[in-house]
Design a protein around this ligand. Structure first.
Ligand SMILES: [Mn+2]
Length: 358
């Protein structure tokens, strides 16, 4: 994007918030590092313009890295439940866009500002929002927010630079193939200001024992479907972020191109999709197909990583809904349910079966 275009957007943004006393910045549910960093960066930008704002979220911040990020960077967050969004004169949504069940906002309340990098959904709805900056090609929302701060010529503190850098890094799998030239350019500009010590503490936090228990289960439960698919159902979860932790971990297995992991948490089924093959089949589109026609479902994401959830109307229907999603995943990617073998020890199982037959 041209510098002049960013300057133009920046002055429109400033106009919208100038003189406003009650500004709410909302992340999506269960915010990830990109959502947290872009909210934090936006708050910093507003503050430098002399405007105060509040960051709010709903759900949990369970992943130890994300908790370390909150703690080390002192990101001021409050629960949206103790606020009345209606009372704010400006609502900004980062890393998500309406309409989405992933935004903790009543559907009849439209935000004033939307900054996001997910595929553009409903254009007619977005037209009614005064400031929309959605760049679906970008690897992260942090890239967009950082580009505002850089364009405005505002000095970055190490904490804000570290947050935004980590936001970009975590949404592009360590500045890997899903990072665009713009993500890399902005990350490079942030880098000299990043506190590498703090970044390392965020990326390598101490992990609770429960983490290893769930990880063990996630690996043990995973089922392999040729060619190159893994499905891991964690069942009932103690904390929801493990779904994505397990998905990220399993994608690193040799020969694996697609991973689906899932679990149930507080009456909702959550799932994560990861792929190294996002250009041919798209993880975002696949996630949407998996929940099609299932009531209470919502999904979205990017080429290489996506996720979704199904709010269960009947709490006992969890296993059935999970099975439906798993079977669809396997079928959509050209395999069949009957071909599933345990990922760990599966070769032994096949060998034994063969031995018994012969
Ligand atoms: Mn993001």
């Amino acid at each position: 994007m041209e510098g002049s275009e960013i300057a133009d957007r920046l002055s429109r943004l400033r106009e919208l918030v100038s003189g406003k006393r009650k500004i709410l910045i909302l992340t999506h549910l269960n915010p990830d590092p990109d959502a947290l960093a872009s909210a934090y960066g936006l708050r910093y930008l507003f503050k430098k313009w002399g405007i105060n704002s509040v960051i709010a979220y709903e759900g949990v911040i369970g992943r130890p890295e994300n908790r370390a990020m909150m703690r080390r960077l002192r990101i001021p967050l409050c629960s949206v439940k103790i606020l009345e969004p209606r009372n704010f004169s400006v609502i900004a949504v980062v890393d998500a866009q309406p309409p989405s069940t992933n935004i903790p906002l009543s559907p009849n309340l439209l935000p004033t500002i939307v900054i996001d990098h997910h595929p553009i959904g409903k254009k007619s709805l977005l037209k009614r929002i005064p400031f929309v900056d959605i760049r679906p090609g970008y690897g992260s929302t942090s890239t967009i927010v950082a580009s505002y701060i850089l364009e405005a010529g505002i000095d970055l503190t190490p904490m804000v630079a570290t947050a935004l850098f980590y936001g970009i890094k975590s949404d592009t799998r360590d500045l890997g193939p899903s990072a665009t030239p713009e993500d890399l350019r902005v990350a490079n500009l942030l880098y000299p200001k990043v506190s590498l010590k703090v970044l390392s503490e965020i990326e390598n936090p101490k992990l609770p024992r429960e983490y290893f228990r769930i990880l063990k289960e996630g690996i043990q439960n995973s089922v392999y479907f040729p060619p190159g698919l893994l499905v891991s159902d964690l069942g009932l979860l103690a904390y929801v972020d493990m779904v994505s932790v397990v998905a990220d971990m399993l994608l690193r297995a040799e020969g694996i191109r697609w991973v689906l992991s899932m679990g149930e948490w507080k009456g909702t089924v959550f799932f994560s999709i990861r792929t190294v093959n996002g250009r041919r089949h798209n993880a975002d589109k696949l996630a949407r197909r998996l929940i099609r026609g299932i009531s209470g479902g919502g999904a979205g994401g990017h080429e290489a990583m996506a996720g979704g959830k199904v709010e269960l109307s009947n709490p006992d229907s969890g296993p059935e809904v999970r099975k439906r999603i798993k079977m669809r995943f396997v079928k959509e990617l050209g395999s069949s349910w009957e071909k599933g073998i345990p990922f760990i020890g599966g070769e032994d199982a096949v060998r034994e079966r063969k031995a018994r037959v012969s």
